[in-house]
Write a protein that binds this ligand. Structure first.
Ligand SMILES: [Zn+2]
Length: 436
């Protein structure tokens, strides 16, 4: 007797949909079969597509200081995600310079994430280190942190890591089990003039700042043999330069993540009356850049939302340096991206993320894996009208899509169905015990 049977659905296995029944026992996928077996709970999914639960590798819940706190905490942000088929998120530890800070930041973030309703994990984050990098990486291993984020910019807030440290870290990726990930914008090419109105955000953080820094780091990857993952790439221009110069590295040693907003909004949105809501770093680009980005979707490994929502009261300012940069969107990520790109987006939001970030029980519909599923239907275009984020604004509202997430299952438990959240508690994915 199984705990749960999902019958008659179209199930995503090995890059294709198959009519198949899924049987769940103890939160794990126990059997995939065309035959019917008994189960305590049965979901009839005749009209539905079933894919592995979405893994969002880039979210910022409960970020910032009291005065400038992002709106979604782990509970509200992950609940919004659950409505969009998300069953795992990866958030970030605060930047650390040494092991002591890493320990403190880890403990604090684990505490803050306790009410997360989907499974979760963290990226370690570094700012200019003042201690042995290998010791730092070794401590990460003990905490089962399989990724380390660096910034090449934000020297103004002391988050930048210099080139020598980046090269050393890349070398360390060749014999320690972690991946180096980074926010790539050239610090020198960014203009932080305090008098800039927010409409000039794209001039303040120009595309060339991203492209040049990506090219530089790709050079370091080649030199060191390391592995790197670029977060929130904004533009097809950067991909085309990487393809032309480092065809052997791209998507193998140099991985690329992009975000839904770069595919659906352009810098034109900044000129709307509520343009301040469209501010994030790196910024939205031109229509031309966006076309190139879409053309190069095959060179993007993963999709992360960079979800970091703020209320209007914090965003509604005239000057750029008074606005906290960031937007929400975790709830709409799969629906929007699947509407745009169809089935080719599925692995970029499930399998690829699980493989890159070493989530051994996630990302596949396969016997032995966690029973995490997103169920969706595809039909006539409809307008996005619901937002479960705690923020009082959501720039995806009003958008037309054709893909609708109708149910979410986390480790065998239905957590969202018929537009209702049914309650759940996520698990910190950690340590040797997690690996079995
Ligand atoms: Zn981010």
């Amino acid at each position: 007797m199984y705990d749960l049977a999902v019958i008659n659905g179209k199930v995503w296995i090995d890059q294709a949909f198959h009519r198949m029944n899924i049987y769940v026992l103890g939160g794990k996928i126990a059997c995939l079969s065309a035959s019917r077996f008994e189960a305590t709970e049965i979901i009839n999914a005749t009209n539905e597509y079933i894919i592995p639960g979405i893994i969002d590798p880039h979210v910022h819940f409960a970020l910032g200081t009291k005065e400038r706190q992002s709106k979604d905490n782990f509970m509200t942000g992950s609940t919004a995600g659950a409505f969009g088929g998300v069953t795992t998120i990866i958030d970030f530890l605060d930047p650390a310079q040494n092991i002591d800070e890493l320990n403190t930041n880890y403990q604090r973030r684990v505490e803050e994430a306790k009410n997360c309703v989907v499974d979760y994990k963290f990226h370690a984050t570094m700012r200019q280190p003042n201690q042995s990098l290998e010791d730092f990486v070794f401590r990460m291993e003990q905490l089962n942190l399989t990724s380390l984020k660096i910034f090449t910019t934000y020297s103004d807030s002391h988050r930048r890591t210099d080139d020598d440290a980046i090269k050393t870290l890349l070398k360390l990726t060749t014999y320690h089990p972690f991946i180096l990930i980074g926010h790539l914008e050239s610090d020198q090419l960014i203009d932080l003039n305090p008098d800039l109105p927010y409409q000039l955000l794209p001039l303040s953080r120009p595309l060339i700042a991203e492209t040049e820094e990506a090219m530089k780091i790709a050079g370091f990857v080649k030199e060191t043999g390391g592995t790197f993952y670029m977060v929130h790439l904004t533009s097809g221009e950067t991909i085309e330069k990487l393809k032309a110069n480092y065809p052997d590295l791209i998507n193998r040693k140099f991985m690329i993540e992009s975000c839904p907003h770069y595919f659906v909004f352009t810098e034109e949105s900044l000129n709307k009356s509520d343009g301040y809501l469209y501010t994030m770093a790196p910024p939205l680009r031109t229509k031309n850049d966006q076309v190139k980005l879409k053309d190069n979707i095959d060179y993007i490994n993963t999709i992360g939302t960079d979800h970091c929502s703020y209320n209007i009261a914090l965003k509604h300012r005239t000057l750029l340096n008074q606005i906290p940069l960031g937007i929400g969107g975790i709830e709409h990520s799969f629906s929007v991206m699947h509407t745009l790109f169809g089935d080719k987006i599925i692995d970029k939001m499930t399998k690829n993320v699980a493989e890159i970030y070493q989530l051994p029980s996630k990302g596949f519909i396969k016997v032995g894996m966690d029973a995490d599923f997103a169920f969706y239907e595809v039909g006539a275009p409809f307008t996005i009208r619901s937002s479960h984020s705690a923020a009082d604004n959501d720039i995806y509202l009003g958008m037309r899509v054709t893909t609708k997430v109708v149910r979410t299952v986390l480790r065998g438990k239905i957590i969202v169905q018929n537009g209702r959240f049914l309650g759940s508690l996520g698990m910190l994915l950690k340590g040797v015990d997690y690996l079995g």
